[in-house]
Design a protein around this ligand. Structure first.
Ligand code: ADP
Length: 420
């Protein structure tokens, strides 16, 4: 029964909606074929994929009731309607294949199927043909109409869109796997290097410290430089292995009950001089009473907060202000460090807690650092069952906030905060 334009559109819409419910490519394409059979009122349909090596097509998708007959059957590029459509990237509507010299007549012999009429449309992927989509034998000996061809072209476009999405998904998946492997190699490299550096570094530091005691005054300065630089290297190696130990689960906490307000005040005081040199003011806003008593490893949380405050000073210009706050949030002490600095671009926010990540390229930026400060802070805070996140606006400033459970090993609360 011939359909009018509105009916055709309605059917296409229905089919498109139905297709959206299929999640895997194979069932999707099978459904596209069934839709083609139904909408063009044909006996059967198939998708043929082109094999460039063999210069022939094979039946990639076909209704199950014809699958056995087409098993192993190949259609040549030269001397077939499929080949003509593929080479010309054009639809062919053939009402009687017997009178069409392009037809690959051996096909019927091979498949025991009598082809009378067909529509064949190219499947184009990124402007290149990759196969063809065919419907065979309009029922009751009727002729294929231009609407039938349009219908098949529409379904072919849906099929290729799905194939493209599938290829994209595949490449995303393999990039993800590559990234995971790279991350593993990076971790291994860091673990091995920091381990191997520790011994010679210890020796340099030990011997240099010894030499400092015995050298004459004129060489003291040089030896001092060696000791200072070796100590700096040792700090870097310690920082690296701190993160590694946590990731390997070998780090332990030495907890005790302390006032988080006190800890914040201490860290603020230790940075006031450094901030003042840059013309940056550090303020605190903390509860007076002892209602921020937390069960924590003080040295680790001090390292975490210091890293955040050091960054706040580094990335805040003269005349700026840094405010450290403390408050309660059901079961947690909430500490935040707000600065009026340069802020962090939105696209970088999800990455800044990753190891070695720096917003500005390491080679061009003016500040030191290895992109480890925040990853160490996160590690230390998460070890305590806490969470850290940042809110920031470029040009306005950043606020780093973290939660520490009052009781050790409490799960953090669900919050609508953008945890990173
Ligand atoms: P680094 O020690 O090299 O600064 P971090 O892990 O501490 O590394 O920080 C990662 C990056 O996050 C920094 O290089 C910087 O670009 C950005 N960042 C951290 N804190 C701030 C801040 N308060 N304001 C602006 N950018 C910041």
């Amino acid at each position: 029964m011939a359909m009018n334009q509105t009916q055709i559109l309605t059917r296409i819409l229905e089919v498109t909606r139905l297709l959206a419910t299929y999640s895997d490519l194979e069932s999707y394409l099978q459904a596209v074929i069934s839709a083609a059979v139904e909408l063009t009122d044909s006996e059967t349909a198939s998708i043929l994929e082109f094999d460039p090596g063999a210069r022939e097509f094979y039946f990639k998708f076909i209704p199950w009731y014809h699958r056995e007959a087409t098993e192993g059957v190949r259609v040549p590029l030269d001397g077939s309607i499929a080949g003509w459509v593929f080479k010309n990237a054009q639809t062919a509507v053939v009402q009687d294949v017997r009178s069409d010299e392009r037809h690959f007549s051996k096909l019927d012999e091979l498949t025991s199927f009598e082809t009378r009429s067909m529509i064949c449309v190219p499947l184009m992927l990124q402007g290149k043909p990759v196969g063809v989509f065919e419907t065979f034998n309009k029922k009751d000996g009727a002729k294929y109409s231009s609407e039938d061809a349009l219908m098949l072209e529409t379904l072919a476009a849906l099929a290729t869109a799905a194939i493209q999405a599938d290829l994209l998904e595949e490449s995303i998946q393999s990039s993800r796997e590559e990234a995971r492997e790279l991350d593993r190699l990076k971790n291994e490299f860091v673990a091995i290097t920091s381990h191997e550096l520790r011994t010679p570094l210890g020796l340099i530091l030990g011997h240099a410290t010894f030499l400092r005691e015995i050298v004459s005054d004129e060489h003291k300065e040089q030896v001092d430089t060696i000791v200072r630089s070796a100590s700096r290297l040792k700090d870097i190696v310690e920082t690296l292995s701190n993160v590694d130990n946590f990731q390997a689960g070998t780090s332990t906490l030495r907890n005790r009950k302390v006032s988080a307000a006190r800890l914040v005040e201490d860290v603020a005081s230790s940075f006031r001089e450094m901030a003042a040199k840059k013309g940056v003011e550090i303020q605190t806003n903390l509860p007076k009473n002892d209602d921020l008593l937390v069960d924590i490893d003080v040295s680790k949380i001090t390292v975490a907060l210091s890293n955040i405050v050091r960054n706040a000073i580094t990335f805040t210009n003269q005349g700026g202000r840094i405010t450290l706050r403390g408050s309660q949030q059901t079961g947690f002490a909430k500490i935040s460090v707000e600065d009026t600095g340069i802020g962090i671009p939105t696209k970088d926010i999800p990455m800044i807690f990753e190891r070695f990540y720096q917003v500005e390229s390491h080679l061009t930026r003016r500040h030191g650092g290895m992109g480890l400060g925040l990853s160490v802070a996160r590690v230390m805070i998460e070890m305590h069952g806490g969470r850290i996140w940042v809110e920031s606006e470029e040009g306005k400033g950043s606020t780093f906030t973290f939660l520490l459970p009052f009781e050790a090993k409490v799960r953090p609360p669900k919050t609508d905060r953008p945890f990173v």
